[in-house]
Design a protein. Structure first.
Lengths: 272, 255, 272, 255
């Protein structure tokens, strides 16, 4: 059974410097409170896999110097513009970028979920995304004739980290339609989840709840963190904080502004 | 942007949505990615033209217009099954072979400008039968002879599995169709108020020209009624600012 | 949107002689009422894929002469003994058997779900299951060195058929934890579902219900068929009818007894 | 079945569950397939010995003791991830190399007897670290020199990916351990009331024998208390007939 805790830092202790960390896309339950805690702790040299894209989370971790390698299909603040710390890091060459395409990341995580060393994927042939990935292979499908297809090696993260609406007293976590969160947990060695609340029941006793539940035996620790996705949305529970996103986009446009942002919204909370 | 002298009773967004709805035609399932209000408008218009019955319109940003329940991978799986008929892509650069660049300008290892990334383009461009390229900015900066990075190619060698690809490129000046065999664009029509010279001057790639240049037809009265009625109402949930600005609907304006 | 109907035969009309039909295992919502309707109609030469195993359903379809090819990992009546018509058909050589192993069938359906021509799977090497399947290939993994691995060609059924607790007015079907039903529907060209009831709401409006819902756009037809899994169980809704299963096992032990069973429980209902 | 002369205060099922619980040891996750009441009893016993904390016990037939929510494939995916530590397999035939046959007797294309099929054995036997073979019928019919059909092999060439396999074979007469390197069984202990001659006479394959033949220890008083108390109560949901028959618990007897 996972450890249930109110102490976020404790739950995050298995996320070590240099580990491979997988996180979900900007609308699937991004663990922003946990991200701020990791920045406060000063985690370093992460291999960050954003499944399949990211926004604020990757930008902040990169800006704060936590990331060595980034593997994703896109980083953007959406309607709030480009992701400034990501773009600067690429132009300045301060992170290693492994550009991917969305279904390739899903498939590579599913390979680990299924315990196979690789997954095939259509598309990609003729794109520079493939040309710059020497870890991806093109083979001739044994079921076709002259039918080249890409094989993607499995991605097996050390830790999966996400935010979800609720857990039950046995550490089962309700993820709803965000089923890529289950795949992340299946693929990773360990999974840490932050939740809005812990309910005093067992979701698996209720077939309707069970359908959207990730069983606790995949999970290392569950930390209660109210509004843990803020300022990003938690689907069906709260929307994105547009005013804050606009403020971030404005402040993070320069390194100095980004440092001010961290002082105001991240390090400030160390006392809390 | 449109320099027309005659009085007009439609907005640029309505013209573009009308064109794109025509390209969508009668389809089963149209999916629209994030931050794409005009394609979303077009997809909803195409559905209203069929009495609301089809196509299924998945607006990936929406909760209400999103029918997927198998996580973020379902759009791609669904497209791989051949169930997504129409999708929209764009590019920081688009070239005359239909290649799109969503990654960077300059050398990939040491770029001058970095864009967000390729998203699902390197897959969806191959498997969705009708991909409509949409880029309002029609300039030599965006429409280039050769993209700096091929996020997804417009065409492939014949042995490469490919059931989809670009069918057209819609800009703020004109519509190009795309010939997959020749891997070339053909000018299809020029929007009211724009000229062939202007298109020639602002396009960085070579393209085929018909003998007679046609003007993009203005939206019909029926189309405008659908756009400003049921379509505008449905847009409020996903694109409140756009719906308010273009159609004057929706109570609150918030992001 | 799928066709909603009370007329089972109408919903089943797309299941033609000779088609590849995929059905779920004995505890995941077996469409038994639909199976009896298919036997009454006299469907022939089915390529039946049971994902990944079957009990009463495969045995009855085989006994009634509806099956040309069977692809599955096991057919058994469980605690009620061997599946008599299946065993007899194999010993008498009246059906073509493609023996599989459970995860191979799941993976081969997932290949179609993902639009790829094959899926890799560990295990199998050195087993006769593999030796007798000339449609399965062993390749050397390009990510290992001297690392043989099996590739399974995608299974793309013409029709998926299953029974579920409920649909909504828009033809979305609640499948709960039986997520292999979603994979079946994703993989098949067409999907026909029988349900206990149709509720006058939209499951996708409710995030808790949506988590266990297969969207209607995958579905061809939904037919209301109360107790449509009987005498097999519908998980969380009704249990297996043990007395009936024992009666089936007894009657189906001989061809004559099986014919009597059909007369009593299948053809009898033609009038209904 | 057991021909013991001394008075016994335990049942055969209790002895077998005790042996198997010992083989399970301290594990994280034990999964038990359908129609396996004795392995289920053993798994629940192993958990009670740890105060109910671990292992997770998944009884695949149960709703209450089944933690899977990703469909019928999750057991196999989960095993492929290395998260299932112990599983149980059996066979219509089992041979001395640990090969099991769940398919047929005679020529595969024209068999004399057909069994249900291989289920997940051709996969789980490779990926689950501790597979316990369990076959109550210990005869030359079931324990054969060479199986007619290899549903899953006991061992492989060294280049074949394999992280799991058989660790033991438990019958109604004795316990064999399995040496994966040598691909051979060794007699481990003989159940009370049975003899080495009887084991020799009823085993169709060759196996290694220790110098001293040990008797399988009888279940302790603590073990019997756990079995007849909390374990029996938990069995009622999944195996009501078995729970009533062996432990006399459960109100109604129904299949």
């Amino acid at each position: 059974m996972p450890k249930l805790t109110d102490t976020l830092d404790d739950a995050l202790s298995c996320i070590r410097d240099g580990c491979m960390l997988v996180v979900p896309r900007e609308v699937s339950g991004v663990p922003m409170a946990a991200t701020r805690a990791l920045i406060r702790r000063g985690v370093k040299m992460l291999h960050l896999v954003a499944l399949p894209t990211s926004s604020l989370q990757a930008d902040m971790l990169i800006g704060a110097g936590c990331v060595e390698t980034l593997e994703t299909s896109a980083v953007s603040l959406g309607e709030f513009g480009p992701a400034p710390r990501f773009s600067a890091a690429i132009v300045n060459g301060t992170i290693r970028m492994k550009d991917a395409t969305c279904p390739a990341l899903h498939a590579a995580l599913q390979a680990s979920e299924k315990g196979v060393p690789f997954m095939p994927l259509r598309g990609l042939i003729g794109s520079d995304v493939l040309n710059y990935r020497d870890d991806w292979k093109v083979v001739d499908s044994p079921f076709g004739s002259d039918d080249p297809i890409v094989l993607l090696p499995a991605i097996r993260p050390d830790v999966a980290l996400f935010h979800a609406p609720m857990a039950d007293r046995n550490g089962n976590v309700w993820i709803g339609r965000q089923r890529e969160l289950a795949t992340m947990a299946h693929a990773a060695d360990r999974t840490v989840v932050t939740v809005e609340t812990i309910e005093d029941r067992d979701f698996l006793d209720d077939p309707i709840m069970a359908a959207g539940t990730l069983p606790g035996f995949y999970i290392e620790a569950v930390a209660v963190t109210e509004r843990g996705a803020w300022p990003l949305p938690l689907p069906d529970f709260y929307p994105l904080d547009a005013a804050h996103m606009a403020e971030y986009a404005r402040m993070a446009a320069t390194p100095e502004g980004f440092a001010d942002y961290l002082d105001r919204y991240v390090h400030d909370k160390r006392a809390a | 942007m449109f320099m027309t002298s005659a009085p007009r009773d439609f907005r640029d967004e309505e013209l573009l949505a009308d064109i794109i709805a025509g390209l969508i035609g009668d389809s089963r399932h149209v999916a629209v990615g994030n931050a794409s209000p005009i394609p979303a408008t077009a997809a909803l218009l195409a559905r209203e033209r069929n009495g609301g019955a089809r196509p299924y319109v998945s607006l990936l940003q929406s909760r209400k217009h999103n029918f997927f329940t198998d996580g973020a991978r379902e759009l791609f799986d669904c497209a791989g099954q051949g169930r997504i008929d129409v999708f929209f892509l764009s590019g920081g650069q688009i070239d005359g072979q239909g290649n799109i660049n969503l990654v960077s300008i300059g050398d990939y290892e040491h770029p001058r400008v970095r864009f967000p990334g390729s998203f699902g383009s390197a897959y969806l461009y191959y498997v969705v039968p009708k991909v409509i390229l949409f880029r309002t900015e029609h300039s030599k900066r965006t429409l280039v002879p050769k993209v700096d990075f091929v996020s997804a190619p417009g065409g492939n060698e014949p042995n490469v599995f490919r059931e989809g690809g670009p069918i057209a490129l819609v800009t703020n000046r004109c519509v190009f169709s795309f010939d997959r065999r020749k891997k070339r664009f053909t000018l299809q029509s020029i929007h009211p108020g724009h000229t062939l010279d202007e298109v020639n001057d602002n396009t960085g790639f070579d393209f085929d020209r018909p003998a007679q240049v046609v003007e993009t037809p203005a939206p019909s009265r029926e189309t405008l009624a659908l756009l400003r009625g049921p379509v505008a109402q449905q847009l409020v949930e996903v694109y409140p600012q756009f719906a308010a600005q273009v159609f004057g609907v929706g109570a609150r304006v918030s992001a």
